[in-house]
Design a protein around this ligand. Sequence first.
Ligand code: TYM
Length: 338
Amino acid sequence: MKNKKRILSGVQPTGELHLGNWLGAIRNWVTLQEQYETFLCVVDLHAITAEHNPKELTQNTLSTAALYIACGIDPNICSIFVQSHIPAHSELCWILNCMTPINWMERMIQFKEKSIQQGNNVSIGLFNYPILMAADILLYDADYVPVGEDQKQHLELARDIAQQRINAKFSKEKDILKIPQPIIMKSGSKIMSLIDGSRKMSKSDPNEGSRINLLDTPEIISKKIKRAKSDSYIGLEFNNPERPESRNLLMIYSILSGKEISQCEKEFSETGWGTFKKLITEQLIESLSPIQEKYKVLINDPHQLNNILIEGKEKADNLAKKTLKRVKSKLGFFEMGK
Ligand code: TYM
């Protein structure tokens, strides 16, 4: 265990987890978990950056942890924990807030997009949320952070804060914070909306029909795929820039079926949308049903889930405390008992 490099990642417990979260991130964690020491966080403090419902937050936090395991994360080898259970996240976030220039934050694309959706209700929390994300990562000396494409800019920010605003300023010798690297999969790192192939599939899209949630029933999946945007061409194509919906659904089909994109393109080169939609619906139901079955068992055993989160918290807390102490000491905070 000692020599293994470490990964850290997380999902926000906002609404239900969808196909993009699974194919772009969680699936990646599952393939990496044996090779790396793995810390997986349910980032509940991030979930209050938009208006939230307290009951749903509790439920979604448990449900997100259960889905990590249902998707194949092994709690015997990974530490699964809830962000708000570790106070060091908020404390390091404050320190990093004070080190980060505002103009770095003003470049964040996701803030610009989300703040348009939230209108006049945009909170300071939404603005500096990437700094909390940097704290999440840097606290654990993570070597790698497996995420979808949309988090790349946040990862770059975390690297810049650690390197330029902490290591370079406060230590001449050994680095105080480890500089993390993103791991972004070649396929599935940007799953698009079902109703607009040029937009990312997202939890915050008000249109439920834009995404497949991991817990959608076969009837709902079938309805959403039937209504998914198609085009007037016959046959599915991957590289035609005028056909983003075809590209997206082929990508999803290829990952779920385990067939190469080129093989899928050949297979469906003359298939009409109606037939293809039936096939992808069957594939989605087949791929999601084992996850849903495992999820049902887990969510009905809150005692076991709670124990997993307690164990994860203990391991995470130990590491986080050490990093925070190191940072505070280097920044000159007075230590009791000195
Ligand atoms: P979140 O909760 O929006 O998404 C969780 C993970 O899913 C990926 N993802 C996607 N991948 C492919 N296609 C999509 N349509 C799609 N939508 C989402 C995201 O890239 C992400 O990997 N800020 C993060 C959560 C976070 C975090 C962290 C991640 C907080 N602290 C520390 C890693 C490390 C977020 O909002 O992800």
